[in-house]
Structure formats: C-alpha cells, structure tokens
Design a protein around this ligand. Sequence first.
Ligand code: SF4
Length: 307
Amino acid sequence: MALKPAEFKTDVHNDWCPGCGDFGIVNAIQMALADMGVQRDKTAIFSGIGCSGKTSHYINTYGVHTLHGRVLTFAQGAKIANPEMTIVAVGGDGDGLGIGAGHFVAAGRRNVNMTYIIFDNGVYGLTKGQASPTLKLGEKTKSLPSPNTNSNVNPIGLAIASGFTFVARGYSYDIRHLKDLIVQAVKHPGLSFLDVLQPCPTYNDLNTRDWYAGADLMDEAQKRHSRIYKLEETGYEPTVHYDSEIEINEKLSQALIKSLEWGNKIPIGVFYKNENTTPYTKRLQDKIPNYLENPPAKQNVSKNGHS
Ligand code: SF4
C-alpha cells in the first residue's frame, strides 16, 4: 500500500534555523517518495556533511550520514551492490562542489542509476557562513569580512559537462514543482542531478527569499516580478528523442547556454534529459553476465571478510 508523505517523516528533532530553505526540500522529497509509492525498506537516503547532511535523519527510510564530500561514493556503492534499491544522495553546494567536486565529475562519467540533490545556498551554513563554491565573485554576504575572491562553479554546467544524463534545477519555496522534478529525477534511468536553490536566511543576506521573489525588480507597469521562471513554460525542450550525436550535441549546447542565465532571470526546471544511455549497472551486467542475479553484496565473503 502506498504511504503518505507524513509516513516518511521521523520524530528526530529538527534544528535547522527558522525560514531555512532546507525544510521545503525535505518536504518535497517526502512528497515525491509518497507519490512514487516507494517502500521504506527499498529506499535509502545518503547525506554528506553540513546543514543538509541532517536530511537522512529526517526521512523515514534507510539513511546513511556519510563523510564530507564523499556522499556520492557511498550512494553509488549502495546502488551497485543493491540494484533494486531507490537511492537518493543529498548534500550542500560546499560538500558536493568543493571537496566533493572530483567525485561529482567521476559520478557523471559512470551514470549510476540514482539521484543526487544539492542544497544550493552559496555558503557553508554549518560552519558559520564561509563562501561556498556557488557564491559569485565579488559578492559579500553578511557572514564574510570582505567580498568573495573566487569565481563560482556553475552546478548545472558542470553536471552537463560531466555526463549526468538528467540535469534540473528547483527552488525550495516552490515545493510542488520541486516534488515533480524529484519524481522525474528518481524515475530517470541513469544518474540524475538536481540543483535546488535554497535561501539560508542566517548567513546569506543576498540570495534571500525576497531576492528570488524579485522584491527589487519592477517591470514596465511597475509591478515586481519573480526572478525565477519555469523552463517548461517557455517552450524549452530538454529531452533527447533519438540516439543521434547531432541531437545530443544540440541539446547539450542549449542546456549549457541556458545554465549561464542568472541575475534578473533565473530558470528552473529540466535543462537536459537523455534516457537513451546505458546506466552503470547495465554496463556491469554486460561485462559480468550474472551481475544482477549475483551483485557484489551477495557474493561469497569469507570469514575474514575477504571475498
Ligand atoms: Fe539553513 Fe543556513 Fe541555518 Fe544552515 S545555517 S540551517 S542552511 S538557515
């Protein structure tokens, strides 16, 4: 029987700051799991280190709170060992695009059939708001003594360049839209990536909820308009329909160009989707014919732990 979103909640005390965008992301994940009718004992949430790392404690499935920057290695290993599990990895932008950047690129090349969600707030919230890899050059949040001296990483662009086969961006205060993106990402037959814009009201006073809502922007009629808009409402078509190099390159190029859009207009939605790829577990199956019947977790292990 399908579970309700509330049945994916735990009673672990939540100590995120009031107004943190993390709440919306966790709600969206719980709604998506219920929507897909997944079973708790067939689902695992892996988290990295940071405020978002606590997510695995707040979702009532299997949960693994891993190491800083290493969440993708744990999550990919679990999927390879247990191909039937639904695996979702989560972490902050500092975790995944700073110390974890090498694993991010390597994961894109493998295309393990799982989902990675980055909680993107521009700061290292858990350690008092240092500049993270997505904060723009020259920006100064209230937690910094001087403007940021580094250029930013473009998470969508890096995912596209690394080989992720589903690449999307959501917003933590548009929970229903985010839930739909998570459902699409989890159902995608390959490695899916979701960059979720997430205000950190405690340390990032630039990319606030009001800023995303365009409180400072006025159109010709002197009405404010949201910075955020949905790609699917503009006729943008992210899907590769044919196993054609020409079409793949066209879709990759348009996604890369779209990923550079930032400022007064910020796109959310699916940037790129290609279902005609071979997931890593299938690559292994082709190489090791009985892989799915006998994945690594079930292979003989001797008493001293060596196979
Ligand atoms: Fe959220 Fe920022 Fe507080 Fe962390 S420090 S819980 S990201 S508001």
